[in-house]
Design a protein around this ligand. Structure first.
Ligand code: MG
Length: 335
């Protein structure tokens, strides 16, 4: 058995986070430290409540996975052989720790290990949570250097919120409906959003409504991205024709290896790729950021939405992600 330690960390949100499904002020994630040959690989799991996960289920899953791990530890295949079904966040954390260990062993940053050019990182969008139109406008003004803003929608006040945003900025906007619309209402909303300078819309309809999505896409003036409709690479072929692109999150798919398979499958189907996140510290955000040069759109702001990030890793300069050059993930505890 490979020695594993794990602990919970509380992440306090800058603003109460409102989505179509509820609100919260604090998120818990689980941090892993996987020890092998004198090195420590770090990983982080942000459990997704919507799919029945919490820190307890993640902790059980990572312990099970650690018991199943046997050397040699291969960063691209070990996690596949030990994964616990239904616990992708735990799988992602274990995968990150294995990648971190491999990079530290070879003394190379993860992007280099994966053959990725760190100079090609895209700009990241910055999420503005649902709130009153006045509060939303204030959040936009606080979003300073971010060139692209992502607006969460799905309430009765969508129009007022977007008008409030447009009243204070002319930056490109992306909209995330978080499954909140119906086919009947969506078409006119999309036309209006296009006229307001929105560049893409994420998950307009509930995850299961693929036929409705096909119809909506035929009528939509804007590219439509799947989030809740896509978890892993195997989900992608049936989405072709229903969506223009996919949103990959490590916590949904189970880690960097699966994320790379998703990018390849999406490309093979002519689809665009966005890289997203949950509320996570700089540990998991940095892991995802190593893949960012491979995608079209980046929405890696989970660490920017919290007050007291325990880790230091990827940074943002002029709205663009800057990858750390240290070995592995290049992440350390904020000292
Ligand atoms: Mg989303």
């Amino acid at each position: 058995m490979i020695p594993l330690r794990h602990y919970r960390q509380e992440l306090e949100l800058r603003h109460t986070f409102r989505l179509a499904r509820g609100a919260s002020d604090v998120r818990q994630t689980l941090v892993l430290e996987l020890e092998h040959e004198g090195l420590v690989g770090l990983g982080e799991a942000a459990p997704i409540e919507r799919y029945g996960q919490d820190c307890d289920s993640v902790a059980r899953a990572v312990e099970t996975m650690a018991q199943r791990l046997t050397p040699p530890l291969a960063y691209d295949s070990s996690v596949v052989s030990v994964a616990v079904p239904g616990e992708p966040a735990a799988e992602a954390a274990m995968d990150m720790a294995l990648c971190d260990l491999a990079g530290k062993r070879l003394e190379a940053p993860l992007y280099e290990l994966m053959g990725i050019d760190p100079s090609q990182t895209p700009v990241t969008s910055f999420t503005i949570g649902m709130d009153t139109p006045e509060a939303v406008a204030k959040k936009v003004q606080e979003a300073g250097e971010y060139e692209v803003l992502k607006i969460k929608m799905g309430s009765d006040e969508d129009r007022e919120i977007l008008e409030a945003v447009r009243g204070v900025t002319d930056r490109p906007l992306r909209v995330d409906a978080n499954e909140g619309w119906t086919l009947e209402g969506a078409q006119s909303r999309l036309e209006w959003l296009a006229s307001m300078g929105v560049e893409l819309v994420e998950q307009p309809l509930p995850a299961g409504q693929l036929e409705e999505m096909r119809e909506l896409r035929r009528l939509s003036p804007l590219p439509l991205f799947a989030d809740e409709s896509v978890h892993r690479a195997a989900d992608i072929p049936r989405l072709a024709g229903a969506f223009d692109g996919i949103n990959i999150k490590l916590m949904k798919c189970g880690g960097l290896g699966e994320a790379r398979r998703m990018i390849a499958v999406a490309r093979a189907h002519g689809m665009q790729v966005m890289l997203g996140c949950m509320v996570e510290s700089s540990l998991a955000i940095t892991a995802a950021a190593h893949l960012s040069p491979l995608v079209d759109h980046v929405d890696l702001d989970g660490n920017l939405l919290i007050v007291d990030d325990p880790f230091v890793g990827v940074t943002v300069k002029g709205g663009r992600l800057v990858l750390p050059e240290e070995p592995g993930l290049g992440v350390r505890l904020r000292g």
